[in-house]
Design a protein around this ligand. Structure first.
Ligand SMILES: CC(C)(COP(=O)(O)OP(=O)(O)OC[C@H]1O[C@@H](n2cnc3c(N)ncnc32)[C@H](O)[C@@H]1OP(=O)(O)O)[C@@H](O)C(=O)NCCC(=O)NCCS
Length: 245
C-alpha cells in the first residue's frame, strides 16, 4: 500500500482487519485470481468445513486488498514463500500487500496491510493439556501463572498468550516456533507504540500483530475495544522481566 509522502518520515502502515462467518460468506466466495497452488491445495482438502474456511479466506483477502488498493479482486496473486509473511501481488500495477488469515469454527479473520501482518483467532476451550503446552510455548512466567490456574481462567490466560504467538509466527512466516515463542515478552503499550492488538471476548480471543504506529481499521464484531501491547524477545528464563500478559 503505497504513500505519496515525500517528507522523509516513515509512512504509517495501514491495516484492514475483518472477521466474518464462514457459512455466511461461502456461497458468495469465488476463486477468481487463484493460483495453481491454491487450486491444488483446495482440491487436496477433504473436510467440507476446512474447505469452506480455505475458500472464504482466500476470497476475502483479495476483496480486502481491492478495497484498500483498488482494482478487481481477481487481479491478486497469492504467495506465501517459506519463512515469509503471506502476500498478494498485482503484477500489472506493480502493487503488493501483506495478508494473514485465521479461522476457528465458523469464524474467519483476514487482515491486509502494507507492512507484515499476522492474525490469530482462538476459542477459549478448556480441552487441551494447557499447562504442559504453556510450558513448551509461552514465556516461563506466563507458564508459571497458568500452572496455578484451572478451568476457564486457565484457558483464558493460555489462549491470550497462544494467540499472540500464533499471530507473530504468521507475521514472521514461520508459524509458532516453540523456542522463539518462549522468549516472546509482552508489555502494555500506548496505541501509538503498540505492535499487538488483542480483542478479548467471553469465548474467544483475537490478536493482530502489526507494524508500530499502524493505522488500524478493524471490523471484529466484538464489543470491547482492543488491548494494546508491544512485544520483544527476552531470554527464556530472565527473572527480572517485567510482567507478561
Ligand atoms: C501453521 C499455523 C500458523 C496455523 O495456525 P492455526 O492456529 O493452526 O490455524 P489458523 O486457522 O489460525 O491459521 C491458518 C492459516 O494460517 C496461514 N498460515 C499457515 N502457515 C503459515 C505460515 N507459516 N506463515 C504465515 N501464515 C501461515 C494460512 O493462511 C492458513 O490458512 P489457509 O490454509 O486457509 O490459507 C500453526 O499451526 C503453527 O504455527 N504451526 C507451527 C507448528 C506448531 O504447531 N507448533 C506448536 C508446538 S508448541
Amino acid at each position: 500500500m503505497g504513500s505519496d509522502d515525500s517528507s522523509g518520515a516513515t509512512p504509517q502502515a495501514r491495516v484492514v482487519l475483518r472477521v466474518d462467518s464462514v457459512s455466511a460468506c461461502e456461497a458468495q466466495s469465488d476463486r477468481q485470481g487463484w493460483s495453481h497452488l491454491e487450486r491444488a491445495r483446495y482440491t487436496e482438502i477433504t473436510d467440507p468445513g476446512r474447505k469452506a474456511q480455505y475458500r472464504v479466506g482466500h476470497w476475502r483477502v483479495r476483496g480486502l486488498a481491492s478495497v484498500v488498493l483498488g482494482g478487481l479482486p481477481g487481479v491478486w496473486r497469492y504467495e506465501r514463500p517459506p519463512g515469509e509473511c503471506a502476500r498478494l501481488i498485482d503484477d500489472e500495477r506493480g502493487l503488493a500487500c501483506f495478508v494473514s488469515i485465521s479461522h476457528v469454527d465458523d469464524y474467519i479473520v483476514c487482515a491486509v496491510s502494507d507492512d507484515v501482518v499476522g492474525t490469530d483467532i482462538e476459542m477459549i476451550r478448556d480441552e487441551r493439556e494447557l499447562s504442559a503446552l504453556a510450558k513448551r510455548c509461552l514465556a516461563p512466567r506466563e507458564a508459571e501463572v497458568i500452572a496455578q490456574l484451572s478451568g476457564p481462567a486457565q484457558a483464558t490466560a493460555f489462549y491470550r498468550g497462544w494467540a499472540i504467538r500464533e499471530a507473530l509466527g504468521k507475521a514472521a512466516g514461520t508459524g509458532l516456533v516453540p523456542g522463539t515463542a518462549r522468549r516472546i515478552r509482552t508489555l502494555p503499550a500506548a496505541p501509538a507504540e503498540a505492535t499487538l492488538r488483542l480483542w478479548a471476548g467471553a469465548d474467544r480471543v483475537l490478536v493482530l500483530a502489526h507494524a508500530a504506529g499502524a493505522q488500524i481499521e478493524a471490523f471484529t464484531g466484538m464489543d470491547k475495544a482492543p488491548e494494546n501491547f508491544r512485544w520483544y524477545l527476552g531470554e527464556p528464563r530472565q527473572e527480572s522481566d517485567p510482567e507478561d500478559v
